[in-house]
Write a protein that binds this ligand. Structure first.
Ligand SMILES: Nc1ncnc2c1ncn2[C@@H]1O[C@H](COP(=O)(O)O)[C@@H](OP(=O)(O)O)[C@H]1O
Ligand SMILES: [Mg+2]
Length: 263
């Protein structure tokens, strides 16, 4: 299995987030290609390998910072830290483990790396390894692309969880006269909006800080609206990391979406 590339500490935080997410994604592709595993076993192996890599690299490259990861114990030292990396080593673990598709595997899974500092998310990146792209929280515009969802029919689109769509999904779709499109992974769904494949991502009913931190800091940098479903700000590095709902959408749709959910 290919050894991960050597990363340098001498780069900006946003560059480091992008390099870490991309390198972890390459590692995950090699685990997927070479391990002979599939399904839950592949998901577990990917989670472990990617988390080990990210923890090891962050300890070396940003030794003074704390880390909150889905796959490592949370010792709460982060609550007194000035800077906290919030990572999801594989978001969409179920989709990562799904190989029996015509393309030889699903592409709607992601690696999330975000940095929280003094109360806000300040940098981050979402890698979509199966598509060979990483989006960072810089202001580089993103050209419309397809690959996560089927070609557009012309109607607005709202992406939702394939396995746990929110109970308000139909109300949001009706308010926008939109179609609902199931896509796996919070990062892949938020990047579908960044990529122009969808107009909104709505979720409710359960999620954690690592599921949305990197997608949100990237989406905000690209000019999208991100909030809780009642319109209030998403807050990170809380003692309780449960952050059950969110909206990521084109800004002009936010009021209609929030209204439809609250109705
Ligand atoms: N109701 C719920 N409770 C807890 N986590 C949830 C959830 N719905 C979605 N998630 C998490 O959010 C991520 C995206 O899910 P989905 O593809 O269904 O939209 C997944 O992260 P992981 O794959 O990192 O576990 C999933 O576990
Ligand atoms: Mg996740």
């Amino acid at each position: 299995m290919a050894a991960p590339v050597e990363l340098s500490a001498d780069v900006s935080d946003v560059e480091l987030a992008g390099a870490l997410a991309t390198a972890a994604g390459e590692l995950l592709l090699s685990v997927r290609a070479d391990s002979g595993l599939s399904g839950r076993e592949l998901g577990d192996a990917g989670d472990r390998r990617s988390d080990d890599f990210l923890q090891d690299q962050l300890a070396k490259l940003r030794p003074d910072d704390a880390v909150l990861s889905e796959e490592s114990a949370d010792d709460l030292a982060r609550l007194n830290a000035a800077r906290v990396w919030i990572v999801d080593p594989v978001d969409g673990t179920r989709e990562y483990g799904t190989l029996d598709t015509p393309a030889g595997g699903r592409s709607d899974w992601a690696v999330h790396v975000a940095l929280w500092e003094a109360g806000s998310l300040v940098a981050g990146a979402v890698a979509l390894p199966a598509l060979g792209v990483t989006y960072s929280s810089d202001s580089t515009p993103v050209a419309p692309e397809t690959g996560l969802a089927p070609p557009r029919t012309g109607r607005p689109r709202v992406v939702v969880s394939g396995s746990r769509p929110p109970e308000f999904a139909d109300a949001v779709a009706a308010a926008l006269d939109a179609e609902l499109v199931p896509v796996g992974s919070a990062g892949a769904k938020a990047m579908a909006v960044v990529r122009g494949e969808a107009d909104a991502y709505v979720h409710g009913g359960g999620q954690f800080e690592w599921d949305s931190a990197a997608p949100v800091v990237v989406a905000e940098a690209k000019g999208l609206w991100c909030s809780r479903i009642d319109g209030t700000p998403l807050e990170y590095n809380q003692r309780d990391t449960y952050l059950p709902d969110l909206i990521v959408c084109r800004p002009e749709l936010a009021e209609t979406i929030i209204g439809a959910i609250q109705a």
